[in-house]
Design a binder for this molecule. Structure first.
Ligand SMILES: [Mg+2]
Length: 465
C-alpha cells in the first residue's frame, strides 16, 4: 500500500436533491425528496432537511411521504443531473488520468498518477481546490475523502459530509477503523452484518481480533479473507480509469404488469427505437442486440442475437428485438422490459443491412427525444411531471409544482431569481410548454479560470438565458 494519502474519493452532497434546490430557490432549506412517484416508486435522494424525518435513499416513496408529509416530492431529471455530473467529472479528469466513477456523483481519483499530489499537504490542497472549483462551476457542494487506499478514502468522504474534507493520515488507519461498526467495511451488507453480530462481532476491531481463520469459517474463504484484510486497513485495489461504454441500453419498469402480448410487442419496439436514438447520439453502432424481460414473479430473462456486423438501424434493432421476444413466455405478465445493443463500434456497416432498412427509411429525427407515446392521452402527472421545467408565454420560466384534475400548478422562478409566485393553469393551456433546465451558476466572464468543465453550459441550454 502507498504511504501518502493520495487517493481521493469525491461524493456530491445529496446530489439530486441539491441540484433541485439549486435550481428552485423556493425549495432551499426545505425537505426535498427526488424519486419515483408511481405506486412502486422509491426515493433516489432526500435532501438533508428531509433526512431529519428519517427519509433515506431506496425507501418506498409512500413511506417517505408519510414521514415527511410536507416535503416537495419531485420526479428525477436525469439528463439535468448528468450534465452537472459531466462538469464534475471533467474537473476530476483535470487532476489525473486515473478517475474511476462509481455513479453520477461519486468517483475515486488517483492523485499520484496525475502528479497532482505526492504527500498529505499537497493532497489536502488539491482536495480543497477541487471543492472550491466544483462549487464555482456547478453551484453545488461535494465532500472529499483522502487516504492511502480506496476503502479509507470512501470512509473519509462519508465522515466529511456534508460540504467537508477529511484526510486520514497514514499510520492512523487501524486505530480509526477499530471502533467503527462492521457495516462500515465494503462488502458488509445487512445479511453479513447480522451473521457477524450473531458471532459476537460488532466492530471492525473485533473482525481484526477474530483472525482470518474465524472469518473464513464464518463467511467462506474469499469473503472472509477479504474482510479480514480490510479490517487491518489492507486494501490494494487500484483506481481503475473509466472504461469506454461497452453497451447502450434502455429499460422501463411498469407501474402495472403488462399482460397483453400486443402491448408487450409495442413496448419492445418503442424501447428499440429509443435505444437506437441513444446509440446514434453517441455516434456508435453495435453487433449484439439484447432483450431483457422481468416477469411478474421477478424472474429476469435476457436473450441476445449477434448480427453479422454492427448496426445503428432502427428497423434492424426492432426486428431483432421482436425475434428475441418470440422466445420469451410473457403470459403471467411483464413488469420490466429492456433493449440494449452491445459489441459497440464507432462505425456502421450500413450495406449489410440495406435490405432490412429497405423502403421504410424511417426517420428517427422526427420523433421527439423523450417518450412520445406515453404523452398521448397521458394523465396530467405524466405530461407535467412534478419538478420539471416549463415556460409560459407571459410569465416566463418556472417549474411544475403539481398537477391533477385538469390543472397544473407552476412556480415561476429561476436558479438565479428570488423565490417565485405560484399560478395555476389548465393542463392544455397553449401558452405553457415544457422547457430545458437553466444553468445553476452565472457564467463567468473569464473562461480561462478554473478547469475546462467551466465552459460547459447545462444540458444544451442556451447560455444566453
Ligand atoms: Mg452523493
Amino acid at each position: 500500500m502507498r504511504t501518502a494519502p493520495t487517493i481521493l474519493h469525491l461524493d456530491m452532497d445529496a446530489f439530486f436533491a441539491s441540484a433541485e434546490q439549486a435550481s428552485k430557490p423556493s425549495l432551499r432549506g426545505k425537505a426535498v425528496i427526488v424519486g419515483g412517484l408511481g405506486p412502486r416508486g422509491v426515493v433516489a435522494t432526500a435532501s438533508y432537511e428531509a433526512r431529519v424525518f428519517g427519509v433515506h435513499s431506496a425507501m418506498p416513496m409512500a413511506q417517505a411521504r408519510r414521514l415527511a408529509p410536507n416535503a416537495a416530492c419531485l420526479v428525477p431529471r436525469f439528463a439535468f443531473y448528468r450534465s452537472i455530473s459531466e462538469q464534475v467529472m471533467g474537473l476530476l479528469r483535470s487532476l489525473s488520468p486515473l478517475v474511476e466513477p462509481l455513479s453520477l456523483d461519486e468517483a475515486f481519483v488517483d492523485l499520484e498518477a496525475g502528479g497532482a499530489a505526492g504527500d498529505a499537504d499537497s493532497a489536502r490542497l488539491v482536495g480543497e481546490g477541487l471543492r472550491a472549483d466544483i462549487l464555482a462551476v456547478t453551484g453545488l457542494t461535494g465532500s472529499v475523502g483522502l487516504a492511502a487506499c480506496k476503502m479509507l478514502a470512501k470512509i473519509a468522504s462519508e465522515q466529511a459530509k456534508p460540504d467537508g474534507l477529511v484526510l486520514i493520515e497514514p499510520g492512523t488507519e487501524r486505530s480509526l477503523l477499530e471502533p467503527m461498526p462492521v457495516r462500515t467495511l465494503p462488502g458488509v451488507g445487512p445479511a453479513t452484518g447480522d451473521h457477524l453480530r450473531r458471532a459476537g462481532i460488532h466492530t471492525v476491531g473485533e473482525i481484526a481480533e477474530a483472525g482470518e481463520g474465524e472469518l473464513v469459517r464464518l463467511l467462506g474463504k474469499a469473503h472472509g479473507q477479504a474482510l479480514h484484510a480490510m479490517a487491518l486497513a489492507h486494501d490494494e485495489r487500484p483506481v481503475v480509469a473509466e472504461r469506454e461504454a461497452k453497451s447502450v441500453s434502455v429499460e422501463d419498469t411498469y407501474d402495472v404488469d403488462i399482460h397483453d402480448r400486443l402491448r408487450v410487442g409495442l413496448e419492445v419496439r418503442r424501447l428499440a427505437d429509443r435505444c437506437v436514438r441513444r446509440l446514434r447520439a453517441s455516434g456508435l453502432s453495435g453487433r449484439t442486440i439484447v432483450l431483457k424481460v422481468r416477469r411478474y414473479d421477478f424472474s429476469t430473462l435476457t436473450r441476445s442475437e449477434t448480427l453479422r456486423g454492427p448496426t445503428d438501424d432502427p428497423a434492424v434493432v426492432r426486428e431483432a428485438a421482436a425475434r428475441l421476444l418470440e422466445s420469451v413466455d410473457t403470459t403471467g405478465g411483464v413488469r420490466l422490459l429492456g433493449v440494449g445493443v452491445t459489441g459497440l463500434a464507432d462505425y456502421t456497416q450500413e450495406d449489410l443491412f440495406a435490405q432490412a432498412a429497405g423502403a421504410r427509411a424511417e426517420s428517427l429525427a422526427e420523433e421527439p427525444a423523450e417518450e412520445p407515446d406515453e404523452e398521448q392521452a397521458a394523465p396530467a402527472e405524466r405530461r407535467w411531471p412534478s419538478g420539471h421545467d416549463v415556460r409560459h408565454a407571459e410569465h416566463g420560466h418556472g417549474w411544475v409544482q403539481g398537477s391533477g384534475v385538469g390543472r397544473v400548478t407552476v412556480r415561476f422562478e429561476t436558479p438565479l431569481s428570488e423565490p417565485g409566485r405560484v399560478r395555476t393553469f389548465r393542463v392544455d393551456d397553449p401558452d405553457l410548454e415544457p422547457a430545458d433546465p437553466l444553468p445553476l451558476v452565472r457564467r463567468r466572464q473569464n473562461g480561462a479560470e478554473g478547469a475546462e468543465g467551466a465552459a460547459c453550459a447545462v444540458g444544451g441550454v442556451d447560455p444566453a438565458l
